[in-house]
Design a protein. Sequence first.
Length: 312
Amino acid sequence: MDSMQNYTNFKVSKSTRSLKYISFAEFIEMPIKIEEGRHILEIGFGNGEMLTRMARSRRLDHFWGIENSEISCIKAAKRAIDFDLQNLKIFHGDAKFLLPELFPDHSLDLILSFYPLPWPKHSQEGKRLFSKSFFKNVLGLLKEDGKFVIVTDDRDYFEWISQNLKALEVPFFERQIKSLKATKYGRKWNEFGRDSWSLVIKSMNFNTKRMVDGKMPHVHLKQIDLSKLEKISNEKFSEDGVVVQFRGLFKGNDEYLLKAVGVDQEFVQTYYIIIKRSQDEWLARLDEGIRVFKTPAVKKSIDIIGRYITGD
């Protein structure tokens, strides 16, 4: 019984310690501060096998990872604990949005992506990561001699990426290779005798466009019209290139909670706005308990409330 209890405590402790390696970027100042030295980032690192192996063998370099799967982030963090990797940090989220927001211009030496999801159907093309707009927004994050390396087993995806780079007149090298045994999917494709294709892309001095402003949006209101608040609680607004959809209202004592969905380009967030009496006025602000990036759509939702629900 004691040994089982100790094992359980170890598992819980290990899961808690994994948070040391995982950052929820909504709560940190962006772009992040970059120390001197080499900085290597992997997009979509899966269970973290390759990322932690590199960090373990090059402990003087700084390693970063961005991954959409929270479970994968936890698995990679547990690997980092096993190897006591002080030079690794993981971010949970969408690289299309996070990469340009997190890193300053000319800060990364190497960006890697091994076997990204190809979204092979024509109807799924909009979900593909390595679009022209993505490259234009992130290649300026590389140092002057930096490189972006992509390896894929999908020939159509490889050619689609190549065409996007050619359209932007970005220098790159491409070649057919054996599938990489150092990664989970690479080993799988190697067993099937399936080749891969690699692209090595050079840095370009494109202007990086960022959306996040760390200031907490809020608005003070002398009075509110409840009927107007109830009306907008199910309405959609498209203004200044963003979309805001309100999806329901929860009522309390001198307090209301409005559910909202904000869309900035292709980046979607769901969050809540509190409208609460504060002495002789009302205050509308984001619910601080929800992780949300302060993007133009989020700020626009607060602005819409300020314009539409006053009792004037």
